[in-house]
Design a protein around this ligand. Sequence first.
Ligand code: PRX
Length: 659
Amino acid sequence: MTDQDTTLENLLTETRSFQPSPEFAASSNASPELYEQAEADRLAFWAEQARRFLSWDTPFEEVLDNSGAPTARWFADGKLNATYNAVDRHVEAGNGDRVALLFEGEPGDTRTITYADLKREVSKAANTLESLGVRTGDRVAIYLPMIPEAVIAMLACARIGAPHSVVFGGFSAEALHSRILDADAKVVITADGGYRRGKPSALKPAVDEALSHDDTDVSTVLVVRRTGQDVAWTDGRDQWWHEALEGASEEHTPVPVEAEHPLYILYTSGTTGKPKGILHTTGGYLVQSAYTHWYVFDLKPETDVYWCTADVGWVTGHSYVTYGPLINGATQVLYEGTPDSPHKGRWWDIVQKYGVTILYTAPTAIRTMMKWGADIPGEYDLTSLRVLGSVGEPINPEAWIWYRRVIGGDRTPVVDTWWQTETGAIMISPLPGVTDAKPGSAQVAVPGVHVDVWNDAGQPVGPGGGGYLVINEPWPAMLRTIWGDHERFKDTYWARFPGTYFAGDGAKFDEDGDVWLLGRVDDVMNVSGHRLSTTEIESALVSHDWVAEAAVVGASDATTGQAVVAFVILRSDALEAAEAEGEKVVGELRNHVAHEIGPIAKPRSILVVSELPKTRSGKIMRRLLRDVAENRPVGDVTTLADSSVMDSISAGMQASAGD
Ligand code: PRX
């Protein structure tokens, strides 16, 4: 963590503090007493949130059963339905006319969907899934752009207790295939395509390719017509979503499930090549998603217009687009496209048009907007904004200040929220109206959550010391297992410090007791807030005929946080061709990674080398490669089997930079 420590020194000189305004504090949902209540009796506190934020078909008696640790059971004797909580009860309470989704397509088409509309659409979709043979417990894969059907499909699954597995639309056919197979999905819900950067981009061909292996149990593919582009059709398997839903009844009774019934599987990258299917269950997950959404964003459902820019393909889209906000009866914007289509002011145009009051986005987006310049947001009226959130990676103080000053008019609280796919919901964050905000720090665990920073020996390091972030009490939204691989679940999270959750992040407490996140301590990279595994990209490279060996590192990048940099050894026969073809080889390998995993995993640069730095036991020393990739003097090479290797790699890097 040496390189991170240097950054930390800079961070810790950050002394600016932003007190909540008295007006905000006076009407904020959160109060200092929340911490006191949680501290006084943590389980009673969570039970109170569970009763307050959710409606239960069968009330729970037991709050936490941790006898099967590390798999905790929360509210396990209670029964409920996620979709009833997110949709029906708002209609029953007389809020059916409230807008749930303000959809803005990239080409500028719009749809306004009320809670009553949502209930009708979700019921039709649930009836359709049932008529296709989907039963409680069956898995459904969802591979869609950011259109209302993505939310509707998720809620339709949850309505019948069929766990969904959403696969980000930017993932490749190969990635989709392995996820469909691992989750053993029966139905895939997709679209002909979506709009991206001003053009229709196809999705259905990836589904066709994924299913061409003929090794899955998928019997039906439901296809939403979004772009109208031509699609290949497999009769007997493929059905248009609109045709399938047309005759379906608008009445559907939500299926009450046990609190520990699986709600969804979401795949995320780990340190080995195979993505992990993170399993979340119903009750605890929904409690913490709704509770954090309420307090961290200070949601006022009657007046706020909330917008989380995350795609539903990521956990942020699960907890803070679909479940948290809808359970709280929020009105939210759903935007299909990219921030620069058709112009770089598109997001701010949307904020102005809908009067967005709460914005939740990622540091990479903020840094990109900074690069584009303050003049662009300056052209729009952003005075409706009152809370700004950040998630996905550490936010550097400059970006934090810019966000508050340029976007928030120096008025809005900024909440930097730390959490993970595995944690299910926000774990560390300031509470607006309560916490004095400190740029660059996620600050404090939310009430009811306990985190600490430990050294290698598993001892708390206390203020000023760096170490590993751990979570030392079970929390309601925690993952319950890795789908189909319980051993991996135990090894990955619970073995480093037996019985305590190891997050995989480095962290430090400052003198005020605020937490600073320092990035991953394992082979997981964070590119534009997206988690990628070095091993997975290395495997993708090695799967190409030309590549003998590959090493991948995450090099720091001013905009994307980290960028993928690869070092490859080519097979001797490929080498000659490579020398003749020059850059084309690199281009081919970059495209190969995009094909295997998805464009987000495409290396920023690939350097062809003749050897990789290895220890005597054969372990690749990625730390040294990171030095080269970040243009730093190469660190200690004494443990290398051949210490001259780094000289030639550094020389190669310099030569390629000079090209
Ligand atoms: O390294 C941390 C970083 O993102 C990782 C989790 O990634 P993922 O499961 O894809 O979930 C992202 C959205 C919740 C963490 O292990 N991370 C997330 N939020 C922050 C962060 N790092 C620093 N500060 C944050 N606010």
